[in-house]
Unconditional design. Structure first.
Length: 293
């Protein structure tokens, strides 16, 4: 029961991330992906840091730099490059490779067991996302594909290292370190490529507030909490809830048409998440045989 509760709380994060697309397109300045990345991470990170009033010490200076780069500083720009150069369905499908990537790094770093069922369910998850989002007219872009795959790979390493290293401070402070480091890394890139930010409208400020406080601050608190309590493979499957959330929200809010194939794809994704987390019954059967003898 505790595991289910932890999964439900952690699932809040990718479901919130699924709302980022609609907030970005409807409420934020157009064609400013790096600016959006900075505003997502840095303000809420500084607020969390001021609340915790604790800086990294010793080895945690470079660990925070590594984690902040993997989870925010490198990941956000690659995510936005993929979003701008690829159709949303292609980018999301490449992102859905996370279970494979995390399973690999979990096996290498954490010695977590990789089962055939897990790999099959990971493939099923990719298929479900593709059914939801890829259209026959989708065009491929090599740089966009490399960015999407690179972002998924780096984020998979970030999840694994978060699990491997643990955290030495309260959750909010730990989250702040990564958000501030990652946000600061994006600032010079945003200024160099996009120039000075425009004058924000009240709608822009509302959008930045939501993606900063809710979609980043609150979401990452739930996410890093989940990394401590759940296997990394479980975390990687929960990420698949993000495109499901985005698709359903587009149907509810933007009145986007939802086809039968998309609905089946969402069900396939949910099935892959559920069946990937079902316990293996074989150890229990062996235990019963041993008890009888």
């Amino acid at each position: 029961m505790q595991r289910l509760w932890n999964m439900l709380l952690t699932a809040i994060a990718p479901m919130l991330w699924g709302t980022t697309y609609i907030i970005t397109t409807e409420w934020l300045p157009a064609n400013r992906p790096l600016l959006v990345g900075v505003m997502r991470a840095l303000p809420i990170g500084l607020i969390f840091l001021a609340w915790g009033r604790q800086l990294p010490k010793g080895i945690w200076w470079w660990r925070s730099l590594v984690l902040g780069a993997l989870n925010i500083g490198f990941f956000f720009p690659l995510l936005f490059i993929a979003a701008y150069r690829l159709p949303g369905g292609i980018a999301a499908t490449l992102g859905a490779l996370q279970p494979f990537i995390v399973a690999f790094w979990g096996w290498i770093v954490l010695k977590e067991r990789v089962t055939l069922r897990l790999l099959l369910m990971a493939g099923l998850g990719v298929l479900g996302v593709a059914m939801m989002l890829i259209s026959p007219q989708a065009q491929l872009d090599i740089w966009g594909m490399l960015a999407a795959f690179g972002g998924a790979m780096l984020y998979g390493v970030g999840i694994t290292l978060n699990k491997h290293w643990g955290r030495p401070v309260p959750l909010m402070t730990y989250t702040a370190w990564q958000l501030v480091v990652g946000g600061l890394m994006i600032v010079p890139l945003a200024l160099l490529i996009e120039g000075m930010p425009p004058v924000f409208t009240p709608t822009n400020w509302l959008g930045f507030g939501i993606i900063g406080i809710v979609n980043t601050g609150i979401a990452y608190l739930f996410w890093f909490r989940g990394i401590e309590r759940l296997p990394t493979t479980t975390m990687s499957f929960l990420i698949l809830l993000s495109p499901v959330s985005a698709t359903i929200l587009g149907w509810l809010v933007l009145d986007q048409r939802l086809s039968l194939l998309q609905m089946l794809g969402a069900l396939v994704v949910l099935a892959s998440i559920v069946f990937s987390q079902m316990p293996n019954r074989k150890p229990a059967q062996r235990l019963q045989v041993a008890q009888r003898s």
